[in-house]
Design a protein around this ligand. Structure first.
Ligand SMILES: *[C@@H]1O[C@H](CO)[C@@H](O)[C@H](O)[C@H]1NC(C)=O
Ligand SMILES: *[C@@H]1O[C@H](CO)[C@@H](O)[C@H](O)[C@H]1NC(C)=O
Ligand SMILES: *[C@@H]1O[C@H](CO)[C@@H](O)[C@H](O)[C@H]1NC(C)=O
Length: 290
């Protein structure tokens, strides 16, 4: 087997494929359909080479005091933003990360890695800001689980948005069939003022996905609400369908998610369903090799 691998390495060294990228689905196809064929082995070996190069970089995470402007602290702090949106977000309340002041990371035996952060969070609509402490635990395990977050930023909840929420709720209920929008923001970065509450709702719903998907090695930002539609609702909660585009900054990928969620002033936003749609570069043909 060792000889075989050496041989294949030599071959791949000679043919020199310049455009090999790591794709898990190719690896599984190679194993299940043609375990002995040389071309598949070549692919697999190239991936193993890539993995050997990539894993140490990704796996060794910094411990102890962190540089607050570097990725590890920034990624953990971004998770706090998504968490606050899932907890307290509304068409009239939306959180952003302004600054990380300090951070540290530690390995917690058996459970994962925990980040302690001091950060300034702002509430985008009222433009209020507050320094808060937060803890983010990324659980360890076979299956990726959402980070556990604790954060206290109560000052940012002081603006009373009840009457604005009630008015919007009434407007949506009475004009149900008219409530929909697409491309928030549009390609010029513009959003019609009347669509802003829908945009904010789309961001809050997307934060549930970003909180669930975030790891120590990712950094999710909202890219666009492709479309959002109010569905006919049978109870007090308004139900929306939403198609959202998220920007994963580390891989530079845009990921598409389809969401169904509810909103009411009393209960806030709850996500009923979330489904990731295929990556666009998987639907399209790969670029020509010629
Ligand atoms: C917010 O304002 C509403 C009236 O618009 C009032 O009924 C409610 O008690 C206020 N909530 C808080 C927490 O002050
Ligand atoms: C419903 O839509 C109509 C027409 O756009 C508008 O005149 C009316 O004010 C809306 N109702 C509410 C409660 O906003
Ligand atoms: C929503 O946007 C996505 C992505 O652009 C598109 O594939 C989908 O058909 C749209 N859905 C509706 C109902 O417009």
């Amino acid at each position: 087997m060792g000889v075989m691998i050496l041989f294949v390495l030599a071959v791949s060294g000679v043919t020199g494929s310049p455009s090999v990228t790591f794709k898990p689905e190719t690896a599984s196809t190679g194993i299940s359909t043609a375990p002995n064929s040389v071309p598949e082995m070549t692919k697999k070996t190239q991936q193993e080479q890539l993995l050997e190069v990539e894993i140490p970089e990704e796996d060794v995470m910094e411990t102890g005091e962190l540089n607050p402007s570097h990725y590890p602290a920034q990624r953990a702090a971004k998770v706090v933003q998504h968490f606050l949106n899932t907890r307290y977000g509304s068409p009239f309340r939306l959180f952003g990360l302004q600054r990380v002041h300090s951070g540290s990371a530690e390995d917690v035996a058996d459970s994962g890695r925990k980040y302690h952060l001091e950060l300034t969070v702002h509430e985008i609509i009222s433009n209020a800001a507050q320094t808060c402490s937060a803890e983010v635990l990324f659980p360890r395990g076979e299956k990726q689980q959402a980070a556990h977050v604790q954060a206290s930023c109560e000052e940012l909840l002081k603006v009373n948005i009840t009457s604005q929420e009630e008015a919007l709720y009434e407007q949506f209920r009475t004009n149900q069939s008219l409530v929909s929008a697409e491309y928030l923001p549009d390609s010029h970065g513009h959003i019609q003022p009347q669509n802003k509450p829908l945009w904010h709702l789309g961001i809050v719903a997307s934060s549930f996905v970003m909180l669930k998907e975030s790891t120590e090695n990712s950094l999710y930002n909202m890219a666009q609400v492709a479309n959002i539609t109010l569905l006919a609702s049978e109870n007090d909660r308004l139900k929306f369908d939403c198609h959202t585009l998220l920007h994963e900054m580390v891989s530079q990928e845009i990921v598409h998610w389809k969401l169904q969620f509810t909103w009411s002033p009393a209960e806030g936003v709850s996500v009923l369903q979330m489904e990731q749609l295929p990556h666009c570069h998987e639907c399209e043909k790969p670029p020509s090799n010629n």
